[in-house]
Design a protein around this ligand. Structure first.
Ligand SMILES: [Zn+2]
Ligand SMILES: [Zn+2]
Length: 339
């Protein structure tokens, strides 16, 4: 998991990628229930080939496959309790996310059914070793332990968190919140004051993704690290502090590929970091028009080298990837609203 010695960071000016959105802006994109995790699994397999973190990416790909199976299973069952129209409206008027990660009451089926199903699926495909041991521990874990792990993950508290099993516990919580978000359908969620957190569950994004549809090209959405909802944020704006003045872009350029023209190369990179010198934070941005199969969680994991290089300059991640927790124990969710 080390940074490639041949990698360098290229800088690109904000003007080069100025927003060019036109037409109506879709404000929210709800997850595609039938394919959200299958697409992630496919992208992870693609990125794993020849990658320094290949084994890890393959494991997370298997985990994503198990998440898709668990979500498919939930779709066949009865719905789970979700906020009704009135509750959504009330949350919207109060500027709160309706399915707040930090205080929405969790149905115990999140671990009894979803987590155990995911663990069972992985146990069938993983050979003997530390991962199999971790899965056995999870299969035997009691409710108190699992709920504590969930609280720690959803509140961004690293103390007491079992880092080895965290991705698998987080995977079950992601499936639960994605199931709930899908049940909300296209409910009109309110705007939050903080555009840097998910309007559905209040979690931080994993990364941004640019999408084109119809007449509007290259619109940027932030992709939720928990519920997979995407929300609109204009281009060239910091997702952490909302300022625009000192936003810049960097990308990886691998030496040996014979491309010396850094500006042009960086401008075409499918994965970039959007940095803000005002608040010292950064978030990755992946571009579907440059690489149609980019996927925020997968491409964020596979570009860890970028994090290492950018963090050397003192910048902090705004994004959260529950499949790989590292760095400062900042909250994965917005602080709770004062009562
Ligand atoms: Zn969310
Ligand atoms: Zn900022």
């Amino acid at each position: 998991m080390s940074a490639s010695a041949s990698a360098t960071v290229r800088v690109m000016s904000a003007e080069e990628i100025a927003a060019r959105s036109g037409g109506d802006v879709r404000r929210l994109i709800f997850p595609q229930r039938g394919s959200v995790y299958a697409e992630r699994a496919m992208r992870l397999r693609q990125l794993a080939a020849g990658h320094a973190m290949g084994d890890y990416l393959v494991f997370i790909s298997m985990l994503a496959q198990a998440q898709q199976a668990a979500l498919d299973e939930l779709a066949r069952g009865s719905g789970w309790a979700v906020p009704d129209a009135q509750a959504i409206d009330r949350a919207s008027r109060d500027g709160r996310p309706p399915l707040a990660a930090t205080d929405w009451p969790r149905d115990e089926r999140w671990h009894r059914e979803v987590l155990q199903r995911i663990v069972g699926e992985l146990q069938r495909s993983v050979g003997p070793g530390p991962v199999a041991d971790m899965l056995d521990r999870l299969a035997a874990a009691d409710e108190v332990h699992l709920e504590r792990q969930a609280d720690a993950l959803l509140n961004g508290v690293m103390a007491g968190l079992d880092l080895a099993s965290a991705p698998v516990v987080a995977a079950a919580l992601q499936v639960m919140w994605t199931h709930l978000a899908c049940q909300l359908g296209e409910a009109p969620l309110g705007l939050l004051d903080d555009a840097g957190v998910c309007p559905c569950c209040g979690s931080r994004p994993v990364a941004s993704i640019t999408r084109s549809s119809g007449e509007s090209t290259g619109q940027r959405f932030l992709h939720c690290s928990l519920c997979n909802v995407e929300w609109y944020l204009e281009r060239v704006r910091c997702s952490h502090c909302g300022k625009t003045e000192r936003v810049a872009y960097q990308s990886l350029d691998r030496a040996g590929e014979g491309e010396a023209d850094s500006g042009e190369r960086a401008a075409k990179a499918a994965v970039q970091v959007e940095t803000c010198d005002d608040c010292g934070h950064y978030l990755k941005i992946v571009h579907t028009d440059r690489e149609p199969f980019v996927e925020p969680v997968a491409d964020d994991l596979a570009s860890l080298t970028l994090d290492l290089l950018v963090s050397e300059t003192g910048l902090q991640r705004h994004g959260v990837n529950l499949m790989l927790l590292f760095g400062a124990p900042e909250s994965t969710a917005a602080p709770p609203e004062p009562a």
